[in-house]
Write a protein that binds this ligand. Structure first.
Ligand code: AMP
Ligand code: GLY
Length: 420
């Protein structure tokens, strides 16, 4: 009998994890809660929301889960992994104390400063006095961050002083405080690190596209597309990031009373000299980074995630393929503002196979209404190409995307532009 796995969440990341787990020889069944229309086709969906800790625990028990893989941060911050471990169910994803690295940007900064990990300087603003002095300290561009979980949307980066001041005042009013960060120059990359007390391994680095518009303009989003491996993270940059950023954090986390077991997502800024610093930590897989990273793991994904959940990663290191992957997010009308939902998604959503690789759909905000596939969220789906070169992966993804129709939807035509 193979393993039974529960995947918590319902986005493109969770669809990618579900596909990877079903391709694992050690897995016989995958359940997803709540899942989406894509996971419903290949696995068993359950109507339990990701943030419902009691509901997820009861579900894991009722299906006899051998492993729970937690996709989003909210249930981790709420302690889902703590509860699962206390009843003997292995959970991939850190305990609530570890999840604070994402749950509070303020807390994460303090840990980085204590450990001497390179990151942007920060000022904590709690009232409206002396704001001029604060915003003049580093000058433009201004990076203002609310210290709340906001799905990548609680951050404003702007050259406009008035806009920065308005967001600072608004945030102080709603949250009682806000962070003003030093602006870091450079190119971003995402490093997903599998980590437990026995060791860590960095997966191939990827690059997300956070702004809504082509050429990296417009509002921040959860991510409009990604590709991997990202050439900006050269061998030298990766080694330096591991030495200066990952190792000290691993020493810190593995010596806590209860160890960190899960993915540590390191958002890197790499300057023109190749020096990496931390933009942010997340305590989960990235979305859409997972869609381009999981397909590059050639060993059994479940073996890897279960080993991390049980604290024995060192004895179960993964292997990787030499392929390239690129994914393009199709977003709903209105996104990253309030999206229009419930519109029909039509066209040919079947896998595309070319002589140079393949392309397929990662569902995200999709559901079925009256037998029709419809949009249910902001990021509706992502089209992912896999090939032996990045250019081929890109061509396959965009060709497949042209088969899909959703009224008012938008996507970026320049995913991968920095590498191509
Ligand atoms: P965060 O949610 O902290 O990852 O911020 C969202 C995005 O804002 C990042 O992916 C960056 O593109 C940008 N950003 C955040 N902090 C900085 C910074 N200190 N310097 C430059 N850009 C930043
Ligand atoms: N794509 C960015 C994130 O997952 O936070």
């Amino acid at each position: 009998m193979g393993r039974t796995v529960l995947v918590v969440g319902g986005g493109g990341r969770e669809h990618a994890l579900t596909i990877g787990l079903l391709e694992s020889p050690s897995v016989s069944a995958v359940h997803v809660a709540p899942g989406n229309a894509g996971t419903a086709i290949i696995a068993t969906n359950h109507d339990v929301s990701a943030g419902d800790v009691d509901g997820q625990v009861a579900l894991a028990q009722s299906i006899g889960a051998d492993l729970v893989v937690v996709g989003p941060e909210a249930p981790l911050v709420a302690g889902l992994s703590d509860v699962l471990r206390s009843i003997g169910i292995p959970s991939f994803g850190p305990h609530a104390a570890g999840a604070m690295l994402e749950g509070s940007k303020d807390f994460a900064k303090k840990v980085m400063l204590d450990l001497n990990i390179p990151t942007a300087g920060v000022q904590h603003l709690t009232n409206a006095t002396d704001l001029d002095e604060a915003v003049d300290r580093w000058g433009a561009p201004w990076v203002v961050k609310r210290d709340v979980l906001a799905g990548g949307k609680g951050v404003v980066v702007t050259e406009n002083r008035e806009e920065a001041l308005d967001f600072i005042l608004e945030s102080i009013e709603t949250d009682g405080m806000v962070l003003l960060e030093e602006f870091l120059e450079g190119e971003e990359a995402s490093m997903l690190v599998m980590m437990d007390e026995s060791g860590f391994v960095a997966l191939p680095c990827s690059q997300d596209h956070k702004r809504v518009g082509e050429g990296d303009v417009g509002l921040n989003t959860g991510g409009m597309g990604a590709y991997a491996p990202a050439p900006v993270a050269t061998e030298e940059v990766r080694n330096r990031a591991i030495r200066e950023i990952v190792e000290p954090m691993h020493v810190h986390l593995s010596t806590q009373e209860s160890p960190y077991r899960g993915c540590l997502y390191v958002g890197l800024m790499i300057d023109s000299t190749g020096a990496p610093s931390v933009v942010e930590y997340n305590v989960r897989f990235g979305d859409p980074e997972t869609q381009v990273t999981v397909p590059l793991i050639s060993s059994d994904l479940c073996d890897l995630l279960l080993a991390v959940a049980e604290g024995r990663l060192e004895s179960s290191m993964p292997t990787f393929s030499t392929n390239h992957a690129l994914t393009v997010v199709l977003a709903a009308d209105g996104y990253p503002g309030p999206p229009v939902k419930g519109r029909p998604i039509t066209g040919d959503l079947s896998d595309g196979i070319g002589s140079n690789g393949r392309a397929f759909i990662h569902h995200a905000g999709t559901g079925i209404s009256d037998g029709q596939l419809v949009s249910t969220g902001g990021r509706v789906l992502a089209v992912t190409g896999i090939a032996s070169s990045l250019a081929d992966a890109r061509e396959l993804a965009y060709r497949k995307l042209s088969d899909v129709q959703l009224e008012g939807a938008h996507f970026r035509r320049d995913i991968g532009h920095k590498a191509l």
